[in-house]
Ligand binder design. Sequence first.
Ligand code: ADP
Ligand code: MG
Length: 320
Amino acid sequence: MKEFDIIERFFNQKCHQRKDVIHGIGDDCAITRVPEGLNLAITTDTLISGVHFPIDTPPEAIAHKALAVNLSDLAAMGAEPAWYSLSLSLPEVDENWLEAFSTSLFELSRYYSIQLIGGDTVQGPLSVTITAHGFVPNESPLTRSGAKPGDMIYVSGTLGDAGVGLDIQKGKLIASEHCVQYLINRLYYPSPRLLAGTALRRIASSCIDLSDGLIRDIQHVLKASECGARIQVDKLPLSVALKESVDVEDAYSYALGAGDDYELLFTVSEENKGTLDIALANANISATCIGHITGIKQKLELRFEDQPYQSLRSGFEHFS
Ligand code: ADP
Ligand code: MG
């Protein structure tokens, strides 16, 4: 199968059409229209086999994750998804693999109304690069840099699930069957928090998505916002499956240190707390307050029931 046939059969034919795409796949460039009063948010992420996902990862999961991690970046900036391009490096032409990959890719694309508008297809080690574009209002974008001392720190969903899923996948951990299913799905099929991202526009003072783990990612907010944070480790939201699969000490280590959850971490001023509660309830989004911003530049304090937190296990060091 030639490059042109791959593009046509697995990507062009399956693509749905947005009205703001003037030229999609097939020409030298795509041409799109940005609505008046909106700006473009643009992000790229690459997933390489054996580096960002285990080599035996199913094609459906690779496709989902490659697009979801980009959508998660859009979510963190409060952007509404619009278009993406796909650069695919394949070791060989495997039609079954491509069929599964593209079906999963377009399932997620359709769900979030994001259209594939072009890309590149080359032969090489398996890797997937997606560049996603979304719309943001042209005033006061949601960024990492607006957190202020006194702001409350929230996270969406639950933390640590994907990290436990990865250790189960690697054979380092054994869990009961229903937990395994849930935790591996959290690793393979992350849910980008797009609804939360747009709901947080003009309410949150800062926002970031959690790709590398809470401890690492919050540092980006502290640096950009020139502030510190105090986290109540006992308040970190943990899923039932995670709590059933590891002991309490390890559960908090995963929640603090493990990556790949793609939840949002955001800060909100005391003043905006009421508006936040209403926005979250209206959009049916679960979020948990896990601490607050302090004035001590880039200092991250971990507390457990108001005492300084010291992990007894190596898991935490392993991640940090
Ligand atoms: P060029 O040589 O001009 O870069 P290509 O032959 O690489 O063009 O691609 C032909 C068309 O197919 C272009 O519109 C390109 O954007 C699109 N395309 C190539 N690979 C992919 C892919 N994996 N997914 C979607 N579109 C693709
Ligand atoms: Mg090309």
